[in-house]
Design a binder for this molecule. Structure first.
Ligand code: FAD
Length: 414
């Protein structure tokens, strides 16, 4: 069996893996990515947040992304019947990037993988990790290539960025259920000829549909738009037929999506996904670290996935280089704590969205402008800015603000 030795093996060529590999490569260590699929490949997660631009920039990807002409995104718009709440990222509280992109992920991820290869990082496509054995911090990983041939990769460190593949948690039985209830989504890409009549393309639109059910509308620069409904599985049970027929019926039950997409053709076969929230017992161990979706994926409502993936990939790669250089690394304090700071801030907002607290705040008739700036920062992904009280005290501020907003609404007779 073929065998090779490198400093760092990265599993997965999604945004987390390519950012991590670029940072390791910049530090002068040998690094290789193994990727199960052939690219371009479809993955969901199309609306980015401005905070991820810092990580993409550190990895050297921004010029190539700029040249690609992806749809620029400057904010998030929430729509509930006739109510509209617009968050413009240039009004956010935290300093940093105030725009990002909305991307068909097949093209975006393919570009990142192409760029990282140009930087000198080998990417083995159609190469799947099937087994890993650790010897202290060193490891031997068994991979199977496109023609079924097996080979071993010896590495001093592994960065597991395998997303929904969850390679190390699965191999070492570290998976644990999330504390969020299982949800389901039906989505597709549509032609969008009515785009300029009903909406601006430079934002994600999030529609509060009914109860816990909401929809995303994400326009791309190619003229197509991604539309998906998310909710409890029971909501979807009332619609019959194929996945396409169900999505067609659901589109008609909402005034916004009916007006804009009832007559629009699908440009991809609609898809169904469910039960994506999962976490793991540990984010690191001797000779490995987990990044991106492998750590914890919460919920799509605030488009946090790629931001958490790129920021954790960036941070993990810096720490891996520090350790390989012989420096001390306190993985719990330097990696797990900041990662969980971001995840837990988003968790409070996700829970607040589904229990209605955050929706009352978002749709308040007269929002306090400073508080709106602070919440806007979270929506832009600045969940590590502890100067922001809506980050620092995320677990309790939303509840007290919602009470105030509800009292004001009651006093105003709404
Ligand atoms: P991935 O992008 O999943 O990449 C991991 C790679 O690892 C894959 O290419 C895979 O083929 C490879 N791999 C897996 N197993 C193996 C193996 N055994 N060997 C080798 N390679 C392997 N996020 C956003 O930011 N914005 C959104 O609008 C958004 N919307 C979403 C909507 C829904 C319904 C869902 C479920 C998620 C959404 N997300 C969104 C989240 C987003 O999909 C993920 O957070 C993001 O893709 C994570 O990136 P990653 O690099 O960690 O993993």
């Amino acid at each position: 069996m073929d065998s090779e030795e490198i400093d760092v093996l990265v599993i997965g060529a999604g945004p987390s893996g390519t950012v991590a590999a670029s940072i390791v490569n910049q530090a002068g260590y040998s690094v290789r990515i193994v990727e199960k699929m052939m690219f371009p490949r479809f993955v969901i997660g199309e609306s980015l947040l401005p905070r991820c631009m810092e990580a993409l920039d550190a990895a050297g990807f921004v010029p190539a992304l700029e040249a690609q002409g992806f749809q620029k995104k400057f904010g998030a718009k929430f729509v509930k019947d006739e109510q509209i709440a617009d968050f413009d990222f240039s009004n956010k509280f935290s300093t940093g990037w105030d725009w990002t992109w909305q991307v068909p992920r097949a093209d975006f991820d393919n570009l990142l993988a192409t760029e990282v290869r140009k930087m000198g990082v080998p990417v083995d496509f159609e190469t799947e990790v099937t087994d890993i054995e650790f010897f202290g911090t060193d490891s031997i990983t068994k991979v199977v290539g496109p023609t079924g041939q097996e080979r071993n990769v010896k590495a001093r460190f592994i960065i597991d960025a395998s997303g929904y593949g969850r390679v190390i948690p699965r191999l070492f039985k570290l998976d644990r259920p999330s504390n969020l209830p299982g949800r389901k989504t039906l989505f597709a890409h549509f032609e969008d000829p009515k785009r300029y009549t009903f909406d601006e393309p430079d934002r994600i639109t999030i529609i509060s549909h009914e109860g816990e059910v909401w929809a995303w509308v994400i326009p791309f620069s190619n003229g197509y738009t991604s539309v998906g409904f998310v909710g409890n599985p029971e909501f979807f049970d009332q619609f019959e037929g194929s996945v396409s027929e169900q999505l067609r019926q659901i589109i008609k039950t909402n005034a916004f999506t009916n007006r804009r997409f009832a007559d629009s053709a699908f440009v991809m076969e609609p898809r169904l996904l469910e039960g994506w929230s999962v976490t793991t017992d540990r984010f690191f161990g001797d000779g490995f670290v987990l990044t991106g979706n492998v750590t914890e994926f919460l919920d799509p409502i605030f488009s946090s996935g790629v931001t958490l993936a790129t920021v954790s990939g960036h941070r993990a790669a810096q720490l891996v280089c520090q350790q390989l250089a012989g420096g001390p690394v306190d993985w719990q304090q330097d990696y797990v704590a900041p990662t969980m700071q971001g995840v837990n801030t988003f968790r409070s907002y996700v829970m607040g969205w589904y229990n209605g607290t955050l929706q009352d705040i978002i749709y308040a008739a007269n929002p306090d402008p400073e508080i709106k700036r602070q919440i806007c920062s979270v929506l832009a992904g600045y969940v590590w800015d502890l100067e922001n009280p809506y980050v620092k005290h995320h677990a309790r501020v939303l509840g007290s603000l919602a009470k105030l907003v509800r009292m004001e609404a009651a006093n105003a007779g709404q």
